[in-house]
Design a binder for this molecule. Structure first.
Ligand code: UDP
Ligand code: MN
Length: 822
């Protein structure tokens, strides 16, 4: 002992110090070497991926040209989506089924091809030429660029990947069949729903400036302001912005860049606390700088450049399957296994299981996003994932993507709500796995509640100021969180949604989607994507990173201020399992004072599946229809007829379906003093075509060349006279021929018609009628009288009877003055 002490005295101490220092030096050296090898590997691989994608893209274009007419499901553009029930009338098909858009029966009846036309699960993928896609302007936009690794090309053309897989025959086409949209918005994102070319443009219908437009304009200004340095600082600010002014913060930006690097390192070492600590001094520094700069003594909240944090930036295994979001191929030997496991999640589960749960994906944000400034004091969020029998690898990848790409101080917690899953690995093994992440909490529901009530259960225990709901098969991209929280910070009634990108269900590649897409609905409340009209984009001077007003959210991914969520009455808890809840919350948000936005700088990939992989406790189609009917009854006012009239007439019969008690929902709407659905259509979604009746005006009989007249309780023919109100009738969505409350109803016996009080629930009052000149197109066909009977005028004009339908009989042909829909 004494000897040792002696050595540590005088020159011995110096020697010991030199020895320890050399060992430390050596260790540092080795570590540096390893990092640089990793970097080089990563860089090489990224370059290879980019090259491969470029080649594939070229091939893809050629393949597409060759396969004229072929469209990847995500690019499908099919007018059928906008024309439910139209043009499908044929003798062999039951009318009631035709009008009931989608459904399994119809599926079988019409074949899968037909169904694809109603359906689509993804937002449209981009197929624009490379030059149209954003190019990076400098090397400082993200950590990737900053560290000298070439920025990955953002143009990721995935068709090709899909095509490749199909060619190699990995997936049996029967496995990828997409079910009908109807029952309804199968995965809430029919891809092919694009702008109806014939629909009036946003501006043409309602004059030059609309209330909604003003808000949009103001919003884009707000956003410009957030961008700070790139846009003029003299622009007028949005009212909600004035209380939270932004300042240019050059120092802040420098700090921000360094902070990002530190954060990545801290998170990569798996120490979220270290990450949190790393951020703290930086934040303080920025705040201090701000107050010093501020000579007027009004303290401005600090801002910083969006943290492009990505702990997977240098992946552990750069050569792993699916790394960097690239398409993965499966050999033909593995096909049976792929097929076997497909149904576990209705995507390529076999492949997913081979891809690292923390894989890197390309930063697909528009260039300017990484330069945007956001406030230092953004609210924290609880991220809520609900799942039922989710595939292990996708669930983990979802969670890791949040942990790895969210600034730790903004991520309060991740709540996993297990909606009574049956898979064993989602029980103890999941508990065990997640126990290594202190921020992850799992709550288990004691019985199957469905997505809506599962989300409510998650929200009920959430501690963050903001709730962020995500599906359990997603991958959050770099910088996804702050842009969402920033919008809520600016206005708590804003409900921001990320751009939902596509993770291929076949090859698990991460795909970029088109710009300027917003969520919309078509009748009968079918969700879809639609590009903003060019005129609108020009008029509002929009850039690809500006928030986009969104009439309907896709549903799976959004952030909302927690208090505001409850002020809105959260979700209608009477909605079952899945479906319609995105409509409900969207109408509620807009009509009761909020706004839904898509934030192009926030991007999250999602696996769109052709089918729900989990069981519905009751019939799937009936469940979704019932949910939609609840939404229609509470929110659609007189427009609910359009919903029922697009294939859901059967829901009007209360004997067929019990949609449950709506008192609370109706009271909520009154209490919140929400605006009308008419207001919503005019202000939020003015390009939606929503005529309240299918046809109106005089009813002209072609054979007789006279019009029907209803006067003092009797119906007779007269010379047509537009000025006479007694000759005016409506043909409604419920298929009534109606004047005020009186319906001209078909009768099997006697006169052939009766004048009855209209009642939407009574099917026997309905007539089929179209404006087209197809066979029986102009006839009034009694819907519930057997053997297709048609309304026929007597040749003298003194009788009106039901006779067997004859296509060419002019006395059976009726014409309304105006047709608003077929
Ligand atoms: N989900 C749930 N309970 C249900 C149905 C769905 O927890 O009864 C979860 C599901 O696991 C997923 C989310 O809700 O994380 C959305 O469902 P899905 O992905 O099937 O909807 P889609 O994306 O197809 O619209
Ligand atoms: Mn989903």
């Amino acid at each position: 002992m004494m000897k040792v002490r002696r050595y540590l005295r005088g020159s011995g101490r110096v020697l010991a110090f030199v020895f320890v220092a050399s060992v430390i030096w050596l260790l540092f050296d080795m570590a540096a070497l390893r990092i640089s090898i990793n970097d080089v590997n990563g860089q090489l691989l990224k370059e290879r991926v980019i090259r491969e994608r470029e080649t594939l893209k070229q091939q893809s274009r050629v393949t597409q040209l060759m396969k004229r007419g072929f469209k990847h499901p995500v690019q499908r553009v099919d007018p059928a989506v906008t024309q439910a029930g139209k043009g499908l009338l044929s003798s062999g098909i039951k009318l009631a089924q035709v009008y009931r858009q989608g459904g399994e029966k119809q599926d079988q009846m019409l074949g899968d091809k037909k169904f694809n036309s109603f359906q689509g699960d993804h937002p449209p993928k981009t197929d624009k030429p490379k030059s149209v896609l954003p190019e990076r302007k400098d090397g400082l936009q993200s950590l990737t660029a900053k560290q000298g690794v070439p920025a990955q090309k953002k143009a990721v053309n995935l068709d090709l990947n899909g095509t490749k897989l199909e060619k190699s025959g990995v997936i049996d086409s029967s496995n990828v069949v997409i079910l009908p949209a109807a029952a309804s918005n199968i995965t809430r994102a029919p891809p092919g729903v694009q702008e109806d070319k014939h629909a009036p443009l946003l501006t043409s219908k309602r004059g030059p400036i609309q209330a909604g437009d003003v808000v949009q304009k103001a919003d884009s200004k707000t956003n410009e302001k957030v961008k700070g340095e790139t846009k003029s600082a003299t622009k007028a600010m949005h009212p909600v912005k004035t209380s939270k002014p932004l300042s240019k913060d050059v120092k802040g930006k420098e700090v921000s860049n360094k902070t990002e690097e530190k954060l990545v390192r801290a998170i990569a070492t798996g120490d979220p606390n270290a990450a949190k600590e790393t951020l703290k001094p930086a934040m303080k520094l920025r705040a201090g700088d701000d107050s010093k700069d501020n000579s007027t003594a009004v303290r401005k909240p600090g801002v910083h450049k969006v943290v492009s944090l990505d702990a997977t930036h240098v992946p552990r295994d750069a050569n792993a399957v699916g790394q960097f979001g690239q398409a993965a191929l499966v050999s033909s030997k593995e096909e049976p296994e792929v097929r076997k496991r497909w149904d576990e999640g209705h995507f390529n589960v076999y492949l997913s299981d081979q891809i690292p749960v923390d894989r890197a994906i390309p930063d697909t944000r528009p260039d300017m996003c990484a330069q945007n400034l956001v406030h230092d004091d953004l609210p924290s969020t609880s991220v809520i994932f609900c799942f039922v029998d989710e595939v292990w690898s996708t669930l983990l990848r979802s969670v890791h993507s949040v942990l790895n790409r969210s600034p730790p101080h903004l991520l309060k917690e991740i709540i996993l709500v297990d909606d009574f899953s049956t898979k064993d690995n989602l029980k103890e093994p999941l508990d065990k796995y997640m126990s290594q992440f202190p921020k992850v909490r799992i709550i288990r529901l004691k019985e199957r509640q469905g997505l809506i009530r599962a989300r409510l259960a998650g929200a009920a225990v959430a501690k963050g100021e903001v709730l962020t709901f995500l599906d359990s098969h997603i991958e959050c991209n770099v910088g996804w969180l702050e842009p969402l929280l920033e919008r809520i910070y600016l206005d708590r009634k804003k409900v921001p949604c990320p751009v939902i990108e596509v993770i291929s269900d076949k090859d698990m590649s991460y795909m970029l989607v088109d710009n300027f897409q917003r969520g919309i609905f078509k009748w009968p409340l079918v969700f879809g994507w639609s590009a903003l009209p060019d005129e609108y984009i020009k008029k509002h001077n929009m850039t690809i990173s500006d928030p986009i007003r969104c009439p309907v959210m896709a549903g799976g991914l959004f952030s909302i201020d927690k208090k505001y969520f409850y002020e809105l009455g959260a979700y209608d808890p009477g909605l079952e399992v899945w479906g319609g809840e995105n409509m409900e919350i969207s109408f509620k948000i807009w009509m009761c004072g909020g706004e839904i936005e898509i934030i192009p700088c926030s991007r999250v990939g999602h696996i769109f599946r052709g089918q729900n992989p989990y069981k519905f406790p009751k019939d799937r189609q009936k469940t979704v229809e019932r949910n939609l009917a609840r939404v229609a009854e509470v929110w659609l006012d007189e427009y609910k007829d359009l919903f029922y009239g697009h294939g859901y007439h059967h829901l009007l019969d209360k004997k067929v379906i019990d949609i449950g008690n709506l008192t609370e929902q109706i009271e909520l709407r009154e209490r919140l003093k929400c605006k009308s659905f008419k207001w919503y259509l005019e202000t939020v979604y003015p390009d939606m075509d929503a005529p309240l009746v299918k046809a109106e005006g005089l009813i002209f009989n072609r054979g007789l060349r006279k019009c029907l007249n209803l006067h003092k309780g009797s119906l007779f023919f007269e010379i047509c006279d537009l000025s006479k109100q007694s000759q005016h009738f409506n043909y409604t969505w419920i298929r009534h021929v109606r004047q005020q409350d009186v319906c001209v109803a078909p009768q099997g016996k006697g006169n052939g018609f009766a004048l009855l009080l209209c009642d939407n629930t009574k099917a026997e009052l309905r007539w089929f009628h179209k404006s087209s000149n197809s066979a029986l197109g102009e006839h009034l066909i009694a819907e519930f009288v057997s053997h297709h009977m048609c309304l026929e005028a007597g040749p003298q004009g003194d009788t009106l009877r039901l006779n067997p339908c004859e296509p060419s009989n002019a006395f059976q042909k009726w014409q309304f003055t105006h047709y608003h829909a077929q």
